[in-house]
Design a binder for this molecule. Structure first.
Ligand SMILES: Nc1nc2c(ncn2[C@@H]2O[C@H](COP(=O)(O)OP(=O)(O)OP(=O)(O)O)[C@@H](O)[C@H]2O)c(=O)[nH]1
Ligand SMILES: [Mg+2]
Length: 220
């Protein structure tokens, strides 16, 4: 019985995710879904992307997922993009229908990029795709270099892997080569980015990636 209910929930989420993807494709919008542990730096990366991509003349909206509070939406608005906060009220992931409802609320005229921050954890969001073109997993140096080994699905299914807070590498016993070896064993195709939101390392490269994927989507 429980298995049946779960199958239905996942099935209806998959349908809603496909519909989100069709909507984005029809309107030439590139959608990115960031997942990662609480505090790994998802909002900080989004703030950097908003600033850098706005500077390049890109137009974007941000959908923020949290159990509670609108702290992250307020941070994004301060960085310069319109944001829509979803509070799940306890659920540990966004689901595709929540994102569809957010899209209906946002003014999407002229928008090229949709950035989504999933609820902070490396487990629940893996089962609930949102339809985004890229699922980005964000790990960070203080979490420890064994995370790919402990949360393999998050890394195996990712389309992009980010290691954030590289400015802390000199201060912590984190072996970056070991982290990337583990990530590579699970997923050798996902582009990899070393990022520091404090120093700005890697932000330009990440924005170049977003720009080139947007160009592929809109120009074929
Ligand atoms: N040293 C350092 N600190 C960072 C970096 N990126 C983010 N932080 C800090 O890490 C903390 C958490 O960052 P957030 O961006 O709020 O993390 P988050 O993943 O959005 O957290 P949740 O929304 O709670 O899941 C903040 O105090 C940030 O200033 C970085 O590259 N280096
Ligand atoms: Mg956040």
């Amino acid at each position: 019985m429980r298995v049946e209910v779960m199958k239905n929930v996942l099935g209806s989420n998959a349908t809603a995710a496909e519909s989100n993807r069709s909507f984005w494709n029809q309107h030439g919008m590139l959608a990115l879904d960031l997942m990662g542990s609480p505090g790994s730096g998802k909002t900080s990366i989004l703030e950097q992307l908003v600033r850098e991509l706005t500077g390049r003349g890109r137009s974007m909206r941000v959908i923020e997922g949290d159990v509670a509070s609108d702290n992250d939406a307020r941070r994004i608005e301060a960085a310069g993009a319109e944001a829509f906060q979803i509070n799940t009220g306890g659920a540990c992931h966004l689901h595709a229908a929540m994102v569809a409802r957010a899209l209906q609320q946002l003014d999407l005229a002229g928008v090229e990029i949709i950035l989504i921050e999933n609820v902070g954890n490396l487990v629940c969001p893996t089962a609930f795709k949102l339809g985004a073109h890229f699922r980005i997993v964000v790990a960070s140096v203080p979490e420890g270099d064994d995370k790919p080994e402990k949360y393999p699905v998050a890394f195996r299914d990712a389309d992009v892997i980010i290691l954030n807070k590289t400015d802390l590498l000199p201060h912590l016993a984190f072996d970056a080569d070991h982290f990337w070896d583990l990530a590579e064993q699970l997923n050798s195709s996902a582009p990899q980015f070393n990022i520091s939101c404090t120093t700005g390392e890697g932000i330009e490269a990440l924005c170049n990636f977003v720009d080139s994927e947007l160009a592929k989507l809109t120009h074929g």
